[in-house]
Design a protein around this ligand. Structure first.
Ligand SMILES: [Zn+2]
Length: 152
C-alpha cells in the first residue's frame, strides 16, 4: 500500500506529498484528499513507488478526479518511477489533467556495468538529452527502450 513518505508546503497555495510503496486497490484516496483539501497546486513525488497494479491505476485516476473536484487547478507528478512511466507510455494522458513533469528511470553504464536510477524531464528523447555521467567517466544509457518510458 501507499504511504506518505514526506509532506511539505512550498507556498500558501501549494502542497507537496512524496508517496512510497505499491499503488494498488488499497490506495486511500479519501485520506489523501483530506490531506490535500483546498490546495490549488498539488505536487506528487512518485520516485519511491515500487509497483502499480491495474486497480491501482484506477484508484489513482479517482484520486486525480477527486483533487480536481476539490478545487485543485494544477496537479503535477514529479519523478515518476519506472512502473508509472511504463503505464503512461502505454496509455498517454491516463492521468489527465495531472501532468507528468519528470521521470526517474533506470540507467546502465555500457563501459563498467554500473546501474543507477536517474531523473530526466518527461519529454521525448530525454534519455539521450539528459543522461547521467557514470563514475567511470562514461555516459550512461537508458536500461530499456525510450518508448517504454517516455513520450515519443
Ligand atoms: Zn561506468
Amino acid at each position: 500500500m501507499v504511504t506518505i513518505a514526506k509532506r511539505s508546503r512550498p507556498d500558501a497555495r501549494t502542497q507537496a506529498l512524496s508517496l512510497a510503496g505499491k499503488i494498488d486497490e488499497r490506495l486511500d484516496a479519501a485520506m489523501l484528499l483530506g490531506e490535500l483539501a483546498g490546495t490549488a497546486k498539488v505536487l506528487l513525488d512518485l520516485a519511491r513507488i515500487s509497483t502499480v497494479t491495474s486497480s491501482g491505476i484506477q484508484a489513482f485516476c479517482r484520486l486525480v478526479e477527486g483533487l480536481v473536484r476539490g478545487g485543485a487547478s494544477e496537479i503535477v507528478l514529479l519523478r515518476v518511477a519506472s512502473p508509472i512511466a511504463f503505464q503512461v507510455a502505454i496509455c498517454p494522458g491516463i492521468f489527465d489533467p495531472a501532468r507528468v513533469e519528470s521521470a526517474q528511470l533506470p540507467f546502465v553504464c555500457g563501459t563498467c556495468g554500473e546501474e543507477r536510477d536517474h531523473v530526466v524531464p518527461y519529454v521525448a528523447g530525454a534519455d539521450r538529452s539528459h543522461p547521467p555521467a557514470c563514475a567511470c567517466g562514461a555516459t550512461m544509457e537508458l536500461d530499456g527502450m525510450a518508448a517504454q518510458y517516455l513520450p515519443t
